[in-house]
Design a protein. Structure first.
Length: 517
């Protein structure tokens, strides 16, 4: 995973799977009435992949990409989640609202609120456990005799012990909550949501604690020093599978089977719990102004045909061969003129208008519009590439003739998001900052790639024998990203990022960061 950080936008680019990479922006909102950010992504694609305007259009690009806008998971330590005095804790809010339900309140809004708080609690628990385990795994990887004993104990030992204590307190609190929710007076929707939440937390504990145990046991010195911690973590991790089996949850690992159910179920539970953070995007497939210009292109092409027809008709009879040939030729040129004008408009208009407009709506906060997103895609000629982007692309060239050996086609994806922070702050106390996530599938780009491996004959330098080595055939997809943030006061921040994605016929091989400074 590659990260780049500034005061406003934190960007992370990572592999999602064999054919997709993900660009994730963490956006910290300020209190301005209106703020916006713009992301321009320039794709430098090797010409050998035969990707161009006629083989790769807007529809293919948008079909290859997925975009999500969601609230960032609120930060709240496990200890604070279980603290009865913390009013913003989802656990305490569930308990508070549950007492109203058990007192006879049958408000539908109250039921929805409890379900949302349970899902938000699941998101917070997952985020905290994931972050803690990541820190400990990194710490255990460097834990050794070279680090002073006092530092080792403070950084890893006491941290692990506190983490284990927080986990036990969390289990106790959740067990108590489960007993309250099991009351028959609690609506079915709440009980079903609680069951999903319970199964999800169990899977999270098992998954991340297993990673922690793996890191702990791979370091003999740390394992001997923190034997009690290992015992406690092992007890919690191993109890999860037995617990889900006893509760008759579907996510139970069965040795010797395909175990497709546990992976499928984990995905369903994750989507259900995480949905409390996701914002709804209402797509408008194109903007009216774009269609107006495309209509102008069609009208201009038709005007050409009509004028040619009138001109020829004034000289030749309608049933003559010259007239028929002239009309047929004019129709051929009409289609070409229309396509040429549409391509010209598409390249020029993306500077001012977009292909698609998306309203960002918040149904969990009353259905208000939190912002708007606009997207535009176009191919660029070499002379249309902005100088700053061209400079970023050339930053790793070794010689002045490098570009001649790696000809490329360039297309640009521009995304502009305008946000209304005061609407978000008014509706949400804990969910404010946002994640903007885009996943891009490279299958269309490698459709015409050569085989991923090629035989390379050579003469062995030691023996003189003829040999054949198998070499990997790869292509370099270079990305230059330009982030621009501006607020109501006219303050503007610009940041660049340069990434090389190494591809083969089989998919993504790796990501490489290219330093731009």
């Amino acid at each position: 995973m590659i990260e780049d950080q500034n005061d406003i936008l934190d960007s992370r680019i990572k592999l999602h799977d064999k054919h997709r990479f993900e660009i994730k922006l963490d956006i910290d909102l300020d209190a301005a009435a209106k703020s916006s950010y713009e992301v321009e992504t320039y794709f430098f694609v090797p010409r050998a992949l035969n990707v161009g305007p006629h083989s790769y259009n807007k529809e293919k690009f948008y079909n290859s990409s997925q975009r999500y806008i969601r609230f960032r998971t609120p930060k709240m330590s496990l200890g604070k989640v279980c603290d009865p005095s913390l009013k913003t804790s989802p656990l305490n809010r569930v308990r508070e609202n549950l007492s109203k339900v058990l007192s006879g309140a049958g408000d539908q809004a109250l039921t929805i609120n409890i379900c949302n708080e349970l899902r938000l609690l699941g998101c917070i628990i997952r985020g905290e456990i994931r972050d803690y385990v990541k820190i400990f795994v990194e710490g255990l990887a460097t834990y050794g005799s070279a680090v002073p004993s006092a530092q080792r104990k403070l950084f890893v030992g006491e941290g692990l012990e506190n983490f284990l204590s927080d986990l036990k307190n969390l289990e106790t609190a959740l067990s108590s909550l489960k007993a309250e929710i099991s009351d028959p007076a609690v609506p079915v929707k709440i009980r079903e949501t609680a069951a999903f939440f319970d199964e999800y937390v169990s899977l999270i504990l098992e998954e991340y604690l297993t990673s922690l145990l793996e890191a702990l046991r791979s370091n003999p010195g740390a394992r001997a020093r923190f034997a009690d911690v290992e015992t406690g973590v092992t007890a919690i991790a191993t109890a999860q599978s037995r617990y889900r089996q006893a509760m008759k949850y579907p996510s139970v690992l069965v040795p010797g089977s395909t175990n497709e159910e546990i992976i499928y179920r984990r995905g369903v539970l994750k989507k259900f719990i995480s949905s409390v953070l996701y914002l709804k995007a209402e797509f408008s497939e194109w903007e009216t102004l774009t269609q107006v210009f495309f209509g102008v292109a069609a009208g201009a092409a038709m005007l050409f045909t009509v004028l040619v027809t009138l001109l020829v008709q004034s000289r030749y009879a309608i049933n003559s061969m010259p007239f028929v040939l002239a009309v047929v030729i004019s129709y051929v040129f009409k289609d070409r003129i229309k396509d040429w004008l549409k391509m010209l408009f598409s390249k020029s208009l993306t500077r001012w208008i977009s292909d698609r407009k998306i309203d960002i709506l918040d149904f969990s906060g009353g259905g208000g519009r939190l912002g708007v997103l606009k997207e535009a895609f176009t191919f660029l000629s070499d002379r249309d590439i902005p100088p700053d982007i061209a400079r970023m692309r050339r930053v790793d060239n070794i010689t002045s003739v490098d570009e001649e050996g790696k000809p490329e086609r360039v297309f640009k994806y521009k995304k502009v998001i305008v946000l209304y922070p005061e609407v978000i702050i008014k509706s949400h106390e804990r969910r404010r900052d946002l994640n903007d996530i885009m996943r891009f599938n490279i299958r269309e780009l490698i459709a015409q790639a050569d085989d991923a491996a090629v035989d390379y004959p050579y003469v062995d330098a030691d023996t003189g024998d003829l040999r054949v080595a198998q070499c990997s055939r790869v292509y370099h997809l270079n990305l230059v990203l330009k982030y621009t943030y501006s607020n109501r006061d006219g303050q503007c921040a610009v940041n660049y990022e340069r990434i090389r994605i190494v591809l083969s016929k089989d998919g993504i091989v790796r990501l490489e960061e290219v330093r731009v400074a």
